[in-house]
Design a protein around this ligand. Structure first.
Ligand SMILES: NC(=O)c1ccc[n+]([C@@H]2O[C@H](COP(=O)([O-])OP(=O)(O)OC[C@H]3O[C@@H](n4cnc5c(N)ncnc54)[C@H](O)[C@@H]3O)[C@@H](O)[C@H]2O)c1
Length: 408
């Protein structure tokens, strides 16, 4: 329980899937962790008055607005939390940073490398004035994932040889699932690649401490035309029958993003890696799995068993070797000291509470939170390399260096 009087007044844009997840975390974080500042859920923003008023009430925000520019112009907002689709990340984050607001922006950072570079440049300028920024790759904050990183950093895996990462979903297997914003390039930037592939790119680079230098990729759009949506939130949606041409079939539009992306990669520490991101993996709902093999051991994480880690220690006597299951719920494990007694497991939403904990801690102590916009730009550059490789018949494609971020 927080003992400080210092407040960080948060304004959040977007109130659907991530808006709800972030609200839960902002509500909870100071009740669980003793931090140098308290988050105040000051202002929530959405475009529909009735819906955002209802969201403010349901999710626990003091007030609401229908224009995100209100969050930026008000003196009584310290933090802007961006939970909108990717097509508005750059505009909102750039305006917030210019106004001196700390920014937490959902992943992927932007829809294009140019936008991500501009955001990184703005974040660098703002940092000089004490303004902090972070991108929301929340899976870093699953205790078992943070522990994986510690095992690698402590040398328990030796030299990393292989990284094997998959992130699989199946919510658009039905060709009648509507054309929601996630299936439109101008709104989402890319498809499975940027939505879920971005997570495993960040997670594996975070865990190994190595960066992807080059890729060879294939992408595919299995269903190229879909019915127009009536409404959507997160991964759920309904079809709009109003545009029906013959009174039966709903109007349709083209899918302009990938349904699946598969690529091999090289990491700068010498490891070989494979990545698969798909929304067509029938039966797989939100299946994120990462395996890392090193010269001294291996480690496996599976989001569907997020309190556990499988660890193979090749330095043990051969007769005792085998994968052991570590239950990552001890007080000594990352983030766990504030939660429940050992064995009393945590879930998906806790990763967001941990994200807010780290963000508040950094802002209040004048430190830089991670992943920074520069880290997220590097992920964007990998997404870009994958897209370019797929466009030229899977030819080997180097990840562009981040270089100096140039404002556009
Ligand atoms: N970290 C994660 O695990 C994770 C999971 C899902 C989504 N995301 C990311 O979060 C972001 C949002 O995704 P989502 O699933 O919450 O989408 P969503 O469709 O459920 O919600 C988007 C929200 O943004 C609002 N919105 C859109 N444009 C707006 C504008 N101009 N002004 C004000 N509000 C606006 C919508 O009304 C809605 O409330 C995306 O960048 C997505 O990639 C991250």
């Amino acid at each position: 329980m927080s003992t400080t009087d210092r407040e960080l007044r948060v304004g959040m844009v977007g109130y659907a899937f991530m808006g709800a997840a972030h609200s839960q975390a902002w509500r909870t974080v100071n009740r669980v962790y003793d931090l140098p500042a308290r988050a105040r859920m000051a202002l929530i923003c959405g475009r529909d008055t009735g819906k955002v008023a209802d969201a403010a009430d349901r999710l626990g925000w003091d007030a609401y607005t229908t224009d995100w520019r209100d969050l930026i112009s008000r003196d009584d907002i310290d933090v802007v939390d961006v939970c909108t689709p990717g097509d508005s990340h750059a505009e909102i984050a750039l305006a917030a940073l210019a106004a001196g607001k700390h920014v937490l922006c959902e992943k992927p950072l932007a829809n294009t490398v140019a936008e991500a570079r501009a955001m990184t440049a703005a974040a660098d300028t703002a940092r000089a004035a004490g303004v902090r920024s972070m991108c929301g790759f929340n899976y870093r904050r699953v205790p078992a994932v943070t522990m994986m990183r510690q095992l690698v950093a402590d040398g328990r895996l030796g030299v990393i040889r292989h990284v094997r990462a998959t992130y699989l979903q199946d919510w658009i297997v039905d060709p009648q699932f509507p054309l929601v914003w996630r299936l439109q390039k101008d709104r989402a930037g890319s498809g499975a690649l940027g939505d879920i592939g971005a997570h495993i790119i960040d997670l594996t680079q975070f865990v190994t401490g190595q960066r992807i230098t080059g890729v060879s990729a294939v992408t595919e759009t299995f269903v190229k035309e879909r019915p127009l949506p009536a409404g959507s939130s997160g991964l759920a949606a309904s079809v709009d029958g109003s545009g029906s041409v013959d009174g039966n079939a709903p109007a349709t539009g083209p899918v302009t993003v990938d349904d699946a992306a598969v690529f091999v990669a090289r990491l700068d520490g010498g490891a070989l890696a494979t990545y698969e991101a798909s929304r067509f993996a029938t039966g797989r709902k939100n299946a994120l799995r990462v395996e890392i093999n090193g010269s001294l051991g291996s480690v496996v994480f599976d989001l569907e068993r997020l309190n556990e880690l499988e660890f193979y220690d090749a330095t043990r006597p051969s007769v005792e070797q085998g994968f052991s299951r570590i239950l990552v719920t001890e007080g000594e494990h990352p983030y766990m000291s504030a939660w429940w007694p050992p064995g009393h497991i945590i879930g998906y939403e806790h990763s967001f509470t941990h994200q807010m904990r780290d963000f508040i801690e950094a802002v209040a102590t004048g430190a830089d939170p991670a992943p920074s916009f520069a880290d997220a730009l590097q992920v964007q550059l990998v997404l870009d390399a994958v897209t370019r490789s797929a466009e030229i018949g899977s030819s080997w494609t180097e990840v562009q260096p981040a270089l100096a971020a140039v404002a556009v």
